[in-house]
Design a protein around this ligand. Structure first.
Ligand SMILES: Nc1ncnc2c1ncn2[C@@H]1O[C@H](COP(=O)(O)OP(=O)(O)OP(=O)(O)O)[C@@H](O)[C@H]1O
Ligand SMILES: [Mg+2]
Length: 500
């Protein structure tokens, strides 16, 4: 048997109430009716008891029905409400619907007759509505739960439709690529996420569209390595997994991409390979340099002995002098090679970096003037002391300053800065307005013997790198062809230095 429907009637017009009661009785349904004639009484009743339906008049002696309804809603009394509205006022009816009433009736005899029907519709509809709201709530909770996992994941997760347009972009993607969700939704990845090497753009797009074609067939592709440029222009390496997203019928409608930022890994890997290469190269060059040193010393001595002769014809003297000059150059290379292979034992001490830099710059004063280069030293203040071998760091600075001078044959500016780094370390940057370094050379300049100079040995930067490694320091370079280069050294802070 159907349960009784509990109805509370808040209505002052007793005649209307009577008509309602009669029609409920006639309908043969089971109703439990209670009546109140003021808003306050209605409010109190609802707090003390539960009802299935409230029939609420628009005008009660102690206020507008609408205001009482708002008060009920605010105090969390959720009861399906049927409103009694004045006859023929559709605007008012819409207003009460907006306030969340379930239905409304006119204060008329016909409406009173139809009331049982309205009540049943409200009861059934309300239950359905409650159920729907509950399901919706569960759905939203599950969605939020999954979204927060996906959103907060450290990896970049994005969803693209079959045309490549972005439908979803998580926080990880914002962090890794630097583009905000609002900037990219609806755009194609290839419109803004460029490969590191522009010349590879077409090739890479072709590869990615081939991958997408396979994903559209239902395939999942794992761990493809892709190099990308972030919004700030930083280069990153990601390992990407693309999988198909299917609709309820199993048709592929989009693809999800999960990209892990493996830049640091890659760097560590490259560094390791580089160090290994350096070590073996160092061993070979040390061997060669050692073998060359003694015969070279002999040649030098012989030449010097010959040059001491007073009776030398001018021509022969000139030849011998140029031979001696050549020997001097070879000797420098041999020394560099030996140093590269086996740097002298380091003597670490606490030093004031600004002083070290100033001393290094002083050595080059005359050369800078001669080459028409203006010098700017932007001296960082309040820097902690650094734990370094002053001679080695001076050699590093000399190598970098010399490279900068050599890059500015037509003059320019040399800007040297010292600054405090975020992690407490000290940074030194050496910037020039010279010829710059082509992209294709950037990866090679630290290789031993890589040089583009007719007189260069190509050991300056590899020795620099080796010394910095010894200091647990790093160096990076930014350069633009025709504009200039900036080399930045990152020396560890005092805490790290103390630990050694
Ligand atoms: N500031 C710079 N501007 C432009 N190119 C540079 C700069 N610094 C280095 N390079 C490039 O890197 C190469 C390697 O530099 P590195 O100092 O190792 O050798 P080098 O200067 O050629 O010879 P060495 O220093 O042994 O005399 C240079 O030949 C040059 O092509
Ligand atoms: Mg050099």
């Amino acid at each position: 048997m159907a349960r009784e429907i509990r109805i509370l009637i808040a209505e002052e017009d007793l005649f209307f109430v009577k008509t309602i009661e009669d029609s409920l009785k006639e309908s043969g349904g089971q109703y439990l009716i209670e009546k109140v004639s003021s808003g306050q009484a209605c409010y109190e009743k609802l707090q003390e008891k539960q009802f299935d339906i409230l029939l609420l008049d628009y005008a009660l002696p102690d206020g507008r029905g609408l205001d009482w309804l708002r008060k009920l809603n605010q105090s969390g009394i959720g009861v399906p409400t049927i409103f009694v509205t004045p006859r023929g006022d559709p605007k008012f009816s819409i207003e009460v619907l907006k306030e969340g009433v379930f239905d409304y009736i006119n204060r008329s005899a016909e409406c009173a007759k139809a009331f049982p029907f309205v009540v049943n519709r409200a009861v059934e509809g309300y239950n359905m509505m409650v159920e729907k709201v509950k399901l919706q709530k569960e759905l939203i909770e599950t969605k939020n739960f999954l979204e927060s996992i996906v959103d907060r994941a450290g990896d970049a997760i994005s969803v693209v439709d079959l045309e490549g347009k972005i439908l979803y972009w998580n926080e990880g993607a914002e962090k890794i690529y630097g583009y905000r969700k609002e900037e990219v939704l609806g755009k194609r990845l290839s419109d803004f996420l460029f490969p590191v090497d522009e010349t590879l753009r077409e090739e890479e797009e072709k590869l990615l569209s081939e991958l997408m074609a396979r994903v559209t067939q239902g395939e999942t592709i794992t761990n493809v390595e892709v190099k990308r440029k972030t919004k700030e222009g930083r280069e990153i390496v990601t390992s990407m997994t693309i999988s198909p997203l299917k609709d309820a019928e199993g048709k592929v409608i989009a693809a999800s991409r999960i990209c892990k930022d493996i830049t640091q890994w890659k760097k560590a890997e490259e560094r390791l390979a580089f160090t290994e290469r350096l070590t073996s190269l160092g061993e070979i060059s040390a061997g060669v340099a050692h073998e060359l040193r003694n015969p070279l010393a002999g040649i030098k001595l012989n030449t010097q002995v010959l040059l001491r002769r007073k009776d030398l014809p001018v021509m022969e003297r000139k030849l011998l002098e140029s031979t001696l000059e050549g020997i001097g150059k070879i000797q420098k290379i041999v020394d560099d090679m030996l140093h590269f292979a086996k740097p002298k034992a380091a003597h670490f001490k606490e030093e004031e970096i600004n002083e070290v830099v100033e001393n290094s710059l002083a050595i080059f004063q005359t050369k800078l003037k001669k080459e028409n280069i203006t010098l700017l030293f932007d001296r960082g203040e309040g820097l902690p002391k650094v734990w370094i071998d002053i001679h080695q760091i001076q050699q590093v600075l000399a190598n970098l300053i010399l490279n900068a001078i050599q890059a500015m044959e037509k003059g320019g500016s040399l800007i040297v800065r010292t600054f405090l780094e975020k992690g407490g370390g000290v940074g030194i940057s050496i910037q020039d307005t010279g010829i710059g370094i082509p992209k294709s050379h950037l990866y090679k300049i630290f290789d031993p013997f890589f040089t583009t100079k007719s007189e260069g040995t190509g050991l300056g930067l590899s020795i620099t790198m080796k010394i910095l490694e010894n200091h647990e320091a790093t160096i990076d370079v930014e350069s633009e062809e025709g504009k200039g280069s900036i080399f930045t050294i990152h020396l560890p802070g005092p805490q790290k230095a103390e630990g050694r």
